[in-house]
Ligand binder design. Structure first.
Ligand SMILES: Cc1ncc(COP(=O)(O)O)c(C=O)c1O
Length: 383
């Protein structure tokens, strides 16, 4: 579908990746179940060749995410967010230097540490909120990894400053944009080289798909990533790609609602008696608020609260009834998790931190659930 240049992203979401407008044509792209493609004439091969190289079921999704991230080259779909993370880290040459925040999503930092342990790369663990030390660490580096807002601390880094510092030194910048989605932040337009998504989260939006996406700014980088994907083979199934595109259509609606819920709940939690510390960049009292306002088109729908101890945090999680106790985020249903229950969770994350992925339920039901859980947990652990 072709749009006038100025249509709103919510409109683009609905129309992107549709088949060509033909009489009797289907409105949605088909799910193509094939492992191989006919040649364009014996003995010549066609363009697609083999379904590990590309698949017509991925292509509409790859075009849509590139459009939303404002890249001129198509995105690339992967079997999972972690497959996309691994592909992006493969941009570091063997023995090269990667800067990865110590408080990154635990899968990312664990993979970077494993790669370092095997000698594939040299890892410099950084605190991207500390610009001066990050600038020093950038000397002689090959790749800078940035996640913003971070999972689950919800810190917002100074993306323009980090990108500028990296570019001055010829360092490739990869931004994990899972929490913001392209509706709230477009790192490629600020000069990042590659954007990563766990499309498992907001893009698919219904907790029924595992899928990853990468979008490069330049064709040469995309070509390297495409070769890596083809040879490593971490490709998504056609049905998963189709579901992710279907989920993407409602991203605007879902995010608006979940974000409005998150802001309201964060405010109420902040004012609650015996309030836990609330981490949410949308709160004016949050140390990330000013940067978030300058850089993001919305504050997202994850709120983290910090209870004094793991025991109190576990008591809150157990007392919730509307929130589902489960890992992951970005679905229509609200999820809750004490993150340090994962042994791999970075030690920067406090033991009593509870991550709330706010869904699209009615805000009063979510608040009533949180309020009763906090009150019960405080009574239980005090008694
Ligand atoms: C910020 C972030 N990046 C990457 C991933 C990995 O994605 P996946 O679980 O789809 O492999 C996750 C998963 O939680 C995440 O939160």
């Amino acid at each position: 579908m072709s749009f006038p240049d100025d249509v709103h992203p919510d409109t683009r979401l609905v129309g992107l990746g549709r088949p060509p407008a033909e009489p009797d044509g289907s409105v949605n792209p088909p799910i193509v179940l094939t492992s191989t493609f006919r040649g364009s004439g014996h003995p010549a091969v066609g363009d697609r060749v083999y379904a590990r190289y590309t698949n017509p079921s991925w292509e509409p999704l790859e075009a849509a995410i590139a459009d939303l991230e404002e890249s001129a080259v198509p995105g690339l779909a992967y079997a999972s967010g972690m497959a996309a993370v691994a592909a992006a880290l493969s941009l570091v040459p063997v023995g090269g230097v990667a800067l990865v925040p110590a408080a990154s999503y635990n899968g990312t930092i664990s993979l970077a540490r494993d790669l370092a342990a095997s000698g594939a790369l040299t890892l410099r663990e950084i605190d991207p909120l500390d610009l001066a030390s990050t600038r020093t660490a950038l000397e002689g580096a090959d790749l800078l990894w940035v996640e913003s807002p971070t999972n689950p601390l919800l810190d917002v880094v100074d993306l323009p400053a980090l990108i500028a510092a990296a570019r001055e030194r010829g360092v490739v910048v990869v931004v994990d944009n899972t929490f913001s989605t392209p509706l709230r932040q477009r790192p490629l337009t600020a000069g990042a080289d590659v954007v990563v998504h766990s499309a498992t989260k907001y893009i698919s939006g219904h907790s029924d798909v595992i899928l990853g996406l990468l979008v490069a700014r330049e064709d040469a980088v995309r070509e390297r990533l495409l070769r890596q994907r083809t040879l490593h083979g971490a490709i998504p199934g056609p049905f998963e790609a189709w579901l992710a595109l279907r989920g993407l259509r409602t991203l605007g609606l879902r995010l608006d609602r979940a974000e409005a819920n998150a802001l309201e709940l964060a405010r109420r939690l902040d004012g609650h008696d015996g309030a836990p510390r609330v981490r949410y960049p949308g709160l004016p009292t949050d140390p990330n608020h000013t940067r978030a306002r300058a850089q993001l088109d919305g504050f997202g729908a994850v709120v983290s609260i910090e209870l004094p101890t793991a025991e109190e945090a576990d008591a809150v999680v157990s007392a919730l009834r509307v929130f589902t106790p489960a890992t992951s985020l970005g679905g229509v249903e609200s999820l809750v998790e004490r993150r340090r229950r994962h042994p791999a969770e970075p030690c920067e994350v406090p033991e009593g931190l509870v991550r709330l992925s706010i869904g699209i339920e009615h805000v009063e039901d979510l608040w009533a659930d949180l309020e009763q859980a906090l009150d019960r947990a405080i009574l239980t652990t005090a008694g």
